[in-house]
Design a protein around this ligand. Structure first.
Ligand code: 5GP
Length: 192
């Protein structure tokens, strides 16, 4: 997606060879107009795939996922990182390890919000090692729902996430693919 590529090249900050900061327009400050266009792009890409719900992980994926859900006219389901005490029955849970932060967290999904009739589109901001997306897939499968595809804003193609997910047969669409990062330098993978 040209627009997002341009923003990343202009305002993204490569901290080192692994981490890209996009705090000015995605992760900390959020730009609604950009999110709307991102949502329309995902909706257009996944339009004929029978999506009944968009699913994202708390919290950075919420803004683009909401705009995608709006464009597709389906609900948005947010996988919670800190389960509410009220939601303690009929809950699906799984543990996700974050290599980026060196921590683990529990992801929770309330069973009454999803059914085996659901065909979901997973949206997340970054794809790195694929742990977050794999955790989302595990939860959705526990609920016997099916997965239409995975939409990612920024894929770090030099990390193994895409390979891991594609080898399980998932359709992945990344709006921007990054070939290489080094301190102060961002190199994109050219897309058709
Ligand atoms: P994965 O589970 O694929 O290894 O990592 C995905 C999650 O880690 C994303 O949801 C995102 O929150 C975070 N993440 C991974 N790499 C980056 C990065 O380079 N920059 C930022 N801001 N977040 C990242």
């Amino acid at each position: 997606m040209k627009l997002l590529e341009e923003r990343i090249l202009a305002e993204g900050i490569a901290i080192d060879e692994n981490i890209l900061k996009v705090d000015g327009f995605i992760n900390h400050q959020v730009e609604p107009e950009l999110m709307r266009k991102i949502g329309e792009d995902f909706a257009n890409h996944f339009k004929d795939m029978g999506v009944t719900k968009v699913v994202t992980i708390e919290s950075s994926g919420i803004a683009p996922a909401l705009m995608t859900a709006e464009a597709m006219q389906v609900p948005l389901l947010i996988l919670k990182k800190s389960p509410s005490k009220i939601l303690n029955s009929n809950m699906f849970q799984t543990v996700v390890t974050s290599f980026t932060k060196g921590t683990s967290y529990e992801l929770t999904l309330a069973g009454h919000l999803i059914s085996e009739q659901d065909h979901v589109l997973i949206i997340d901001d970054f794809l790195a090692n694929g742990e977050a997306a794999t955790g989302a897939v595990r939860l959705i499968r526990k609920a016997h729902a099916t997965i239409a595809g995975i939409g990612i804003l920024i894929e770090k193609s030099f990390q193994p996430g895409r390979e891991k997910l594609e080898s399980q047969g998932f359709h992945i669409y990344s709006q921007v693919r990054i070939a290489k990062l080094s301190a102060g330098k961002i190199e994109l993978l050219s897309q058709p």
